[in-house]
Design a protein around this ligand. Sequence first.
Ligand code: KG4
Ligand code: ZN
Length: 349
Amino acid sequence: MRHLRELQLRMRGCGSGLVLGIESSCDDTGVAVLEAPRRIRSSLVMSQVEEHAPHGGVVPELASRRHQEAVVGLVRRCLAEAGVLNPMRELSLIAVTAGPGLMGSLLVGLMAAKGLSQGWEVPMIGVNHMEGHVFANVIAHEDLEPPFLCLVVSGGHTEIQLVRSFGDYRFLGGTRDDAAGEAYDKVAKLLGLGYPGGPVIDRLAAQGDPRRYQLPVPLRGTSDVEFSFSGLKTAVLWLVRKEGDSISLPDLCASFQRSAVDSLVEKLELAVQLTGVKTVAASGGVAANSELRRRLLGLSDRGIRVFLPPRDLCTDNGAMIAAAGWWAFMRGIRDDLTLRADPSWEMAR
Ligand code: KG4
Ligand code: ZN
């Protein structure tokens, strides 16, 4: 059955096929059916935000338990919504996040994928979560071709990758300490704004004055593509202590956001200068940020082509994993039951 399927796929060239994508690297269970290469038939994300919110961040043990409760039901619903009646016949591939992420969370998705792959005799492939984020752009933009730079900004990562071709990546630089999303979450926590911090700071900042408080722009003007957000977070802490109750939350959020976004955009511009690559994309939860999106789109005034996925593809989802898996599968990459979860799998270094 499996060999027949491979043969059919090869005869169809790089055509299309139905891919089930499963994402469980952090605190979102994402399942999608992608009609490869780009049409999302269904995509469901079960967020665990409410469970983790009282703790001010993701509790790994809790996250894996919730994935376990969610994953099978989500697969069922997703297949039904996609109109897949017979997965054994209709699916061409199961793509699953194998790292980086929380070990206990990754294992849940991986075990589900292995079981389904065996039961349905459908090939399976392990996907790097960061490569998945890059592919959110590929799903959204048919005209996006390598080489391009991708700013991947999430709760766990902040880095710029040069996509030389699909599957061939060069790491240009990342954060020395906290990720950008982590900084949003920590600042929100110290301001008592709850978890996750990104969306609420984004909302409050829209009503504030970004020039009210002077905060440092981390590593501004250095010649390296490098980020650092822990000093900015500490600067916010000192400011809050100094100003006390008179502090304006919207102005503080806007000022913090201005520094964080300046840093992200300036380093992306530096990467453009250093590589000569004038096409950029962004992804990861922080790429849903209104101010970052506005500033990135503004780069087109400088002759840079800018691609952004819609917001729901920026945050973790199964469709981006399905897309990255499909492209890897078309390059001949295959995995089997020996596939392991790797919590620190680097996309390219
Ligand atoms: O990519 P993602 O869903 O999960 C990880 O792989 O980490 O990113 C989650 C992160 C969180 O830190 C969250 O606060 C941040 O993305 N985030 C935002 C916004 N929406 C989500 N940060 C800034 N502005 C937003 N609108
Ligand atoms: Zn992510």
